[in-house]
Design a protein around this ligand. Structure first.
Ligand SMILES: C[S@@+](CC[C@H](N)C(=O)[O-])C[C@H]1O[C@@H](n2cnc3c(N)ncnc32)[C@H](O)[C@@H]1O
Length: 190
């Protein structure tokens, strides 16, 4: 019901995107220029594939990971796996020796209990950052979703030294009621 009254839900249907989330990436990419033509992009928590679709449209080669299956998408190499399992890093480096962009829209199953959802989302975001540190090229870009809460400042302190440009951002296409916010890091340095 909520989706059907939603502008971005209908826009996604109209434009053939698999998720309304596609518009969040489009908006953030427009503002922060994260993905360029020819980039190798890693999409973590990718199913159903809206972000992957956008990255392919921008001319990127995409490797997508999700714990759940994803319907086939032209231009996307899909790996079904858990991003909190460190073994995934070797699999990803076998596919590409480095990545220009790592983006993660991974979300835990929502319980409705703010602190639990926040801490689980921080776990996924930290796992995404762990993967980024292992696979991102120097100078590369990182985008990750987190649900707001008390751990966010500590997480920011971990991210901060690794990026030349860093910012939290809430795209217009995020629902007003949502706790989600995106960390954008550009110019990765080891
Ligand atoms: C909000 S959806 C992503 C939507 C996607 N960006 C799009 O535009 O279609 C979040 C995804 O995170 C995935 N996810 C959650 N925990 C995960 C984990 N531990 N490993 C991999 N994927 C996970 C879920 O299966 C879900 O598909």
């Amino acid at each position: 019901m909520r989706d059907k009254r939603d502008h971005y839900y209908w826009e996604a249907k109209k434009k053939g995107y698999r998720s309304r989330a596609a518009f969040k990436l489009l908006q953030m990419n427009k503002e922060f220029r994260l993905i360029r033509k020819g980039d190798v992009v890693l999409d973590l928590g990718a199913t159903p594939g809206g972000w992957s679709q956008v990255a392919v449209e921008l001319g990127a080669f995409v490797v997508a990971v999700d714990i759940n299956p994803m319907e086939k998408l032209e231009g996307v190499t899909f790996v079904q796996g858990d991003i909190t399992d460190e073994n995934i890093i070797e699999v990803l480096l076998d596919i590409s020796e480095s990545y220009d962009v790592v983006m993660s829209d991974a979300s835990p199953k929502i319980t409705g209990i703010w602190t639990i959802d926040h801490l689980r989302s921080i776990d996924l975001a930290r796992a995404s950052f762990g993967i980024a540190k292992a696979v991102l090229r120097n100078g590369g870009n990182f985008l990750v979703k987190v649900f707001q809460g008390e751990e966010i400042q500590n997480f920011y302190n971990e991210l901060k030294p690794c990026f030349a440009f860093k910012k939290f951002h809430s795209p217009k296409a995020s629902r007003k009621s949502s706790a989600e916010i995106y960390f954008i890091g550009k110019g990765f340095k080891r």
